[in-house]
Design a protein around this ligand. Structure first.
Ligand code: NI
Length: 158
């Protein structure tokens, strides 16, 4: 595993469309390990492959308290969404800022896990927000494109 550099807003790769993964092989799994290590290293709750410069439709997320429950999504697709919620989002690629974004409240999705097996899942509330935020990354969209307002974040800890 290796820590990878996180691309920052202004880097044009963040605006590109990521390509589907054809085969979930060893190389993809090594990429996923790097993504997890990089996300946990900075205390993030989600990270898309494009954020470390790889244009593949993969992201990882983990909003558990102890950071020990990673979800790995390859070629994720929305089946259906329900409801809406507005809440604060931030992004490792837009350091120092946060914004209010309107998102669905519940999403039913399908994706491949790291064994290449198709999985169906439902994400609600915070997990639904993270899912949509990360899925947007795969299509070159940042939360700042959708936010009703974006503001500088107060640093609570360093
Ligand atoms: Ni982000």
């Amino acid at each position: 595993m290796a820590l990878r550099e996180i691309r920052i807003d202004g880097d044009e790769i963040l605006r590109k469309i990521s390509k589907p993964v054809a085969v979930v092989d060893e190389k993809i799994n090594m990429l996923i390990d790097d993504m997890l290590e990089t996300m946990y290293n900075v205390g993030g709750v989600g990270l898309a492959a494009v954020q470390i410069g790889v244009l593949r439709r993969i992201f990882v997320m983990d909003d558990s308290e102890n950071g020990d429950s990673p979800i790995i999504l390859i070629n994720p697709e929305i089946i259906s969404v329900k409801g809406e919620q507005e809440g604060q989002e931030a992004c490792l690629s837009v350091p120092g800022y946060a914004g209010e974004v309107l998102r669905p409240k519940v999403v039913d999705v399908k994706y491949l896990n790291r064994d290449g097996i198709e999985v169906q899942s439902r994400f609600e509330d915070r997990q639904c927000v993270i899912f949509h935020h990360e899925l947007d990354h795969l299509d070159g969209i940042l939360y700042t494109d959708r936010a009703s307002e974006v503001y500088e974040m107060q640093r609570e800890e360093e």
